[in-house]
Write a protein of this length. Structure first.
Length: 91
């Protein structure tokens, strides 16, 4: 469980860094909120993807889909988490 704990949290942090680099976040305060939203969203996405992957693993007898789908779903989950907490600045 250590690997998903590190990798999913890192996905949330990397999404936040990418949004800061793209100047999508209007202020430092928004960036702090974005970190929380991105990490929470990444974990929510990972859980949903891992559940689908576990069902697929059980159906196919394979053992790779849980981690693959979980981590793949963490990225859009992090983006959704940021969008729920932080709205882009309107010029």
């Amino acid at each position: 469980m250590l690997m998903p704990a590190l990798s999913v949290t890192a996905i949330g942090l990397l999404v936040t860094v990418a949004l800061i680099a793209a100047q999508w976040l209007p202020s430092a305060r928004a960036a702090l909120g974005a970190v929380a939203g991105a990490v929470a969203g990444a974990w929510a996405g990972y859980i949903l993807g891992a559940l689908a992957g576990a069902a697929l693993d059980a159906a196919t007898g394979n053992g790779h889909f849980l981690a693959l789908l979980g981590h793949a779903a963490a990225i859009p989950g992090a983006l959704v988490g940021v969008r729920r907490l932080i709205r882009p600045a309107v010029a």
